[in-house]
Every structure is written in C-alpha cells, then in structure tokens.
Design a protein around this ligand. Sequence first.
Ligand code: SAH
Length: 396
Amino acid sequence: MQNRHTKLPLVKLNPSGTHRCLYGHSWIFDNEFKKPDDLDPGAEVDVADARGRFIGRGYFNPASKIAIRLFTRSSRATLTTDFFMKRIVQARDARKSFLPEDEPRRIVFSEGDRLPGVVADMYGSAIVVQILTLGMDLRRERIVEALMSVYAPDAIYERSDVTSRSREGLPERKGDLIGSIPERIELSTDGVRFAVHPKTGHKTGCYLDQRFNRRRFAEFAAGGRVLDAFAYQGLFGVYAGCAGASEVLAIESSDEACRELKDNADLNGRPVELMRANVFDTLKLLESEGRRFDLISLDPPSFTKSIGASSNAKRGYKEINLRAMRLLSEHGILFTSSCSFHTDRESFIDSLSEAACDSRRIMQLIELRSASPDHPVRMEVPETDYLKCAVLQARE
Ligand code: SAH
C-alpha cells in the first residue's frame, strides 16, 4: 500500500501498535502490522492507525524485532542531512540549561533525542558516534555531514562495536570517520580531571550518564571515608577525593580500568587506595575486617541482558546492596545504581527494600535519581529511563 499524498509505502498498525504509538512511543514490533513484500530494508515508511489515519514516519528493518522506528510525527520530514542537522541542533539547544558547551557530554541520545539508533558523545574537539540500527547505518554519511555542520569537530570516530547490532542483522564496526582521534583525551567535568580512551574504553570512552550523580555524591564527601565499588575509571571516588574525602577505597576487577583509575587519581593529585578484586567477595571481607564507610557508591554493570535473567539480577542487586548497607557508618550514605532497563524502578526499589530488611539496618530513601539530562528520559519511551540511582541513608 502507498500513502496517496506522500507516495511513501504505508503500513497500517494493529490495535496494540496503534495504542503504543498514539501514546508517543516510537517502536513498532514486527507482529503489529502486515509486512509488505515490496519494502526495502532500511526504507522510510508511513505508518497509520488501524483506520488508516497517519501517525508518523519511520524506517523499516525486516530482520529486527523492532521492525519500524518512528523518527517523526510529520508527513513532511524525511531522513535528509537537513533533518539530521535539525535534530542535532534541537538536542544541543535542549542541553544549554544544564551543561556548558565546552564540557564532555552526550550530544545525541537515540530515542531520547528523537534520532532512534544514533548516539554521539563530545569529548573536547572530537565526537564518538554509535550507529545502532540498519536504518541509520545506511545513512551514516548524512549523519556525519550533519554532525560536521553543527559542531565542526576535528575528528569523528565510530564505536559501533556493540552486540545489539546483531539484532539488526549488522556486524560490529569501529574506526575513524573524520580525521584521526587520539588514543587518550584529557578532559574535565565539574573541575575534576580525567582521561578517556575513545577507541578502547567502555561505551564511547566513559560513563557520561553518571555525571550529575557523581556531582551530588561529592557533596556528601568532605571529611568522610569513601568506598567506590565497581569503580571503572574511578570517577565517583575521584570526585569525592577532590571534594575533600579523608580516604577513598576503590574496588574494580579489570586491569585496564585499574590503570585508568590510577591515571585519573594522579591527574587530580588525590590518592585512591585501589583493590583489584571482585566486589561480591570484597564487601564481605571488608565487613569482617570491621571497616566502615561514610559514603559508598555501588555502580555495577548491567546484570540483566535479557528479561529472562531478571530474577538473577534481583538476587545480584540484593546481595551487593545488603553488603554495602552493612558497611555504612552511622548516618552513612549509599548511592546505589542500576543501569539495566530490564530492571525497572519498582523492582530495583524492591531489591533495596529486601536488602535493607536482611541487613538489619534502618535505611531512609533520600533521593531517586536518573541519568544526567544529556541522556534525556522521554516520558513516553520508558526504555530511555534505564539508569536508576537511589540515595539511601543509614539511620539509628
Ligand atoms: N562507576 C563507574 C562505572 C562502572 S561500570 C563510573 O562512574 O564510571 C562497571 C565496572 O564494574 C566495570 O569497570 C567492570 O570492570 C567492573 N566490574 C564488573 N563486575 C565486577 C566485579 N564482580 N567486581 C569488581 N568489578 C567489577
């Protein structure tokens, strides 16, 4: 079927697809419409409700469970370089109230910025981009052109080495797209210095999403004993050190991360005691040694890659949080994070309640936080709300 007005192919959604899209979501699953035979993978497609009324426009991938991702509600927008520029400028302007333009930040966050399948992070004068879907993979040149027009970076590097691309029928890929990105880039946020390795680091080089949570963490640090568990580059601990913590202990299992952590501690002239070890075992050990902390960050990797594993995840969260709660000094504060969107806020809080009960500590929930605002959480797309950070205080 074709849209008479726009000449683009038209698909009609069944009621469940219609319902989600009318509430603003941008995903359409492969069982929510009849797949047309004549539609090319990656092609633009108009989407209508069950009665044939236009809802929006998306791009199609028959190989993916998410068969269409809507990128606009307008019947005039198409995926041209101008369109990408417009979305990138909208994303830039929305961030102005929160973040200085010369600081590291996420400049495009996929569905959060209505550019499904594109993530881009700015590190100094370089951009690291991730292209996650076939529809966007086919339009890589336009995306790069648009990023060049809006930001004129010295380099654009691609880090599409993510396993989720296989669900789109795409191989992983990485490499320079414009210029040549340095192996190591020195940066600072909130006056704290650190280095990223865009070619080899996690994600695009670091976890920008925790920035506002680290800033808040540092506000509780002065004079205190701080534990940074699942430390990666040590940024929770280094933020705390820069804010006057009396001691910082970091636990991290990867050698590579430990080297980066030490580098960051040195850059700021703040000593960090480093244990290259497994957090699960080490929290128990610290408890038996009688060590206590006034401020703890627990920031584990995603325990759930799939919904099926979510009961294991619940056990994992409960176990580490229970251990961490026991390590808190009187009135000590725990920042505990979960970055898996398969664990929603409610079940995360459930795990924390169970952990509090078993720890025999009285815990007060002080704040429930999210990713920094350069990772926009769209109310109508629950999957954008993947990072939860609860702040709890041990009470008498
Ligand atoms: N807190 C960090 C991000 C943490 S990412 C930040 O603010 O940037 C999770 C980290 O946990 C990774 O570096 C990973 O190597 C480490 N990790 C995963 N499992 C671990 C375990 N069982 N014990 C110790 N570290 C672990």
